[in-house]
Design a protein around this ligand. Sequence first.
Ligand code: FES
Length: 132
Amino acid sequence: MSQKFTLNINGQTHTVDADPDMPLLYVLRNDVGLNNPHFGCGLAQCGACTVHLAGLGTPEKPHPLQTAYIEEQVPQCGYCINGWLMTAAAFLRDKKKPSEAEIKVALSGLKCRCGTHISILKAVKRAAEMMG
Ligand code: FES
């Protein structure tokens, strides 16, 4: 049985009728029309569906990770990018000046089918430096 939910997503209010057991990913993609959170493995194992309770940056004022991703030209197909960005942003919020080993551990649960892991590591290290 569906219920009415009011969600504030990226600063906008959305009202949806959804089953309370519906995964948030389906609500975001199918009911709200957001295509950025991706369905990857369907088992919460690859990280493509990761979201934050608050957004990152904007086109006018990107998050350091978004800037670093562009500067390092990380994305290939881009399918995994949101999971990496969301996970790395949460990590860098809590861990200042992380070592390379700490970054690798923090991101170890994510998968990139295009094999951009080296570029991702460079971008996260660059963002960590920007965030000081
Ligand atoms: S860029 Fe294609 S899956 Fe990561």
